[in-house]
Write a protein that binds this ligand. Sequence first.
Ligand code: AMP
Length: 280
Amino acid sequence: MNVFTEKKALKVYLSGLKDQNKTIGFVPTMGALHQGHLSLIKEAKIKNDFVVVSIFVNPTQFDKQEDLIKYPKTIENDIRLLESVFCDVLFNPTVKEIYNEKVVSENFNFDGLEYQMEGAFRDGHFDGVGTVVKALFEIVAPNKAYFGQKDFQQLQIIKKMVKKHRLNVKIKGCAIFREDDGLAMSSRNIRLTKEQRSAAPFIYKILKKVRKKYGAENAIKVTEWVSDQFKEHDFLKLEYFTIAEEKTLKTLKNKESSKKKRAFIAVFAGEIRLIDNIRL
Ligand code: AMP
């Protein structure tokens, strides 16, 4: 695997590949890699001649400085994992390399997608995501880029950005990869205490029950039920639960059968924030 920290050198290397008509698949990450990330990389390997993975903990998408500082960094293990799935290139830039001196976000208009859920609870988050993904797309210029449905709102926002800015890249959404007990894999999971880790599969259990209930009850009723399940939970605190249309991400109140819907949840285990979602 070739490792690059400078965009200029990476661009030169990739332009050589493009001259040979090789297709490039790209998987942007913030590192602390796990099997969820690897599932995206494996998919990219199957569908492209070459795979580039970036590891960059993007400061502008964190609304809390503490969360940024405590974000897990495991670069040596990451490199081992990337090599185990035959990743071709790792791009691991510094903050300066991406932002120069000005570590600020651009302002984006994602037609309202950015105000729902994560956007409502994490100030400026999607401007930060848009800024870094656009910058990375400019550097890597991939044919296809892979994003997890674990961050479903992010996936929809990237698709919107590509459409609005007419970027020449195909966005592929990949299924959520879970632990055996159902907990959605996340880099943040390694920060959970033993008790929090044992409690966390409750989140997906609730989502599965929601999928059953939503057949018989409307969204308001189901939402109330979820809120009750988390009341006085010893280790998990519900931040939001909502049933929303996949396309607009707007909360639904009733059962509108013609639209694709998903249930979305954000939960705190102590100071660690966990998100998940399920197709209904
Ligand atoms: P992150 O490093 O958390 O920014 O994630 C990088 C990419 O991996 C994003 O597109 C995530 O949606 C995706 N991802 C993270 N966890 C999972 C998972 N458990 N299953 C599938 N994709 C995931």
